[in-house]
Design a protein around this ligand. Structure first.
Ligand SMILES: N[C@@H](CCC(=O)N[C@@H](CS)C(=O)NCC(=O)O)C(=O)O
Length: 210
């Protein structure tokens, strides 16, 4: 049995989304980050970083949403959202996954938690740097999506696209949201048209960006 520790709209969103797409049986355990539940002793035993999500698989906790997506998709018997090993798509898939997880997601962390990067006295500068990094990466992603006219690695979605979709959602209240780039906007429309999106939103009680 899988248990996803989640918080609505947080980094757990993409994992929850893929679980729905794959039809994998799972339980949800809500973590109220506004009450600091991610820093309790019990939760830190599962996720020593004190962040959401955690995916508990057969009593063993797993951390990092990107790792969870890779694991879930490669363990799907039909490998529906995983590239063929050795294929050109696999090289694109790994490159984009690592770039998003190492480059774009930490820039969002800096945007939402600027004091971590630069201290309380320098949050404006930290946010400005984060914004620049995010916008530069969205421009690069837009070129890639324009070249495939579909998803990051081609005409079919892969696990990495669920990660990207979540990161794009996080930009919705920023000065320049991802949807202001045309190929990014088309990608968002494609992902929102999947029935799993409505189910995800209903389950997490989300309404914004629908
Ligand atoms: N790279 C991590 C990032 C996790 C993360 O930063 N989660 C945020 C929510 S989106 C969180 O738990 N914030 C509360 C905190 O840091 O105390 C992942 O993708 O799993």
């Amino acid at each position: 049995m899988l248990t996803l520790y989640f918080s609505p709209g947080a980094a757990s969103l993409c994992v929850h989304h893929l679980l729905i797409e794959l039809g994998v049986e799972h339980q949800l355990q809500r973590v109220d980050t506004s009450k600091g539940e991610q820093k309790t002793e019990a939760y830190l035993k599962l996720n020593p970083g004190g962040v959401v999500p955690t995916l508990v698989v057969d009593d063993m906790p797993m951390v990092e949403s990107a790792a969870m997506l890779m694991w879930l998709s490669s363990n799907d018997p039909q490998r529906r959202f995983s590239p063929e090993p050795g294929s050109p798509e696999e090289r694109l898939y790994l490159s984009w996954f690592l770039l998003l997880a190492n480059g774009l997601q930490p820039a969002f962390r800096q945007w939402f938690y600027p004091q971590e990067a630069a201290g309380e006295a320098a949050t404006d500068g930290a946010k400005a740097c984060a914004r620049e990094r995010i916008e530069n990466l969205f421009a690069r992603i837009d070129s890639q999506l324009a070249s495939t006219d579909g998803y990051l690695c081609g005409e079919q979605p892969h696990a990495v696209d669920f990660f990207l979709f979540m990161l794009m959602r996080w930009s919705r209240n920023m000065p320049r949201p991802a949807t202001t780039w045309p190929a990014c906007a088309a990608f968002v429309a494609r992902m929102k048209a999947r029935p799993s999106f409505a189910e995800l939103y209903a389950r997490e009680g989300l309404t914004e960006w629908s």
